[in-house]
Design a protein around this ligand. Structure first.
Ligand code: CU
Length: 211
C-alpha cells in the first residue's frame, strides 16, 4: 500500500519532469522590457515565434499599445491601458514585425518594436523529422549507451543526463564533429534516465534505462 503510493508519487514527479522538459523543448524564451520615463528598454527586440515578452512598468504612468487600430500592419493586436506599476505580458504566435507605443509619450519617442522570426530548423526539415533521427542503443543498457547521429546534424554540441527525479547527473560539451557518441554508464545506479542532446541548435530528449 505504502510502496504503491510512493511509486505513484514518484511516477507523478517523473511525468511532471518529462512534461517540463518537453515544454522546454518547444523553446519558449521570455524577453523582458523595462518601462520607465520615457523609454522602453530595450526598445527593439528580435524574438522567435512562441516567445513571450514581459513589460514591467517601474516608473510613471505608461502603457503598451500595439493594437492594430494604431498599427494596422501589426500581425496581431496587443497592449494594455495606461497606468502605473503594472506588468504586462504577451506571447507572439505569428511571425512578423510589431510596432507599439506608449500613448501618453509616443510624441516624446516612447516607442518600441518586436521582430518575430519564424522557428528555424536546419535544412528544410520539420522538427519531427529531425527528432526521429538521433538513435540511442542499447536500451535498456548496462555498460554504455551509444548515440547515432545522422550526418545532417554535423555536431553534437553537448549532452546532459538527468535522473528521472530531475537532477543533472552529468554534462559534457564537445567541439569536434561526432557521428556516434559512446557514453559509459557502468557506474550509474539502475533506473530511468533522460539524455538531452544538443546538436546544431536542435534539442532532443531521449530516455534510456540502466539495468
Ligand atoms: Cu510612457
Amino acid at each position: 500500500m505504502k510502496t504503491n503510493s510512493t511509486f505513484k508519487t514518484r511516477s507523478c514527479f517523473a511525468l511532471i519532469f518529462i512534461l517540463a522538459l518537453s515544454l522546454n523543448l518547444k523553446g519558449q524564451t521570455t524577453h523582458n522590457v523595462s518601462v520607465t520615463s520615457n523609454v522602453f528598454t530595450p526598445s527593439q527586440l528580435t524574438i522567435t515565434v512562441g516567445d513571450k515578452v514581459v513589460w514591467k512598468n517601474d516608473e510613471g504612468s505608461h502603457n503598451v499599445n500595439g493594437k492594430q487600430a494604431t498599427f494596422p500592419n501589426n500581425p496581431s493586436s496587443f497592449g494594455n491601458e495606461v497606468g502605473a506599476a503594472w506588468t504586462y505580458e504577451y506571447v507572439f504566435n505569428t511571425a512578423g514585425t510589431y510596432n507599439y507605443q506608449c500613448d501618453p509619450h509616443a510624441g516624446m519617442g516612447m516607442v518600441g518594436k518586436v521582430i518575430v522570426n519564424p522557428k528555424t530548423v536546419t535544412s528544410s526539415q520539420t522538427m519531427a523529422d529531425v527528432t526521429e533521427k538521433i538513435r540511442l542503443y542499447p536500451n535498456p543498457a548496462s555498460e554504455y549507451i551509444e548515440l547515432i547521429v545522422p550526418s545532417n546534424y554535423k555536431t553534437i554540441n553537448s549532452v546532459k543526463i538527468y535522473s528521472i527525479a530531475g537532477s543533472v547527473v552529468d554534462e559534457k560539451t564537445f567541439s569536434e564533429n561526432k557521428e556516434t557518441f559512446r557514453y559509459d554508464i557502468s557506474l550509474f545506479r539502475n533506473g530511468i534516465y533522460l539524455i538531452e542532446v544538443n546538436a546544431e541548435n536542435q534539442k532532443n530528449v531521449l530516455k534510456f534505462i540502466k539495468q
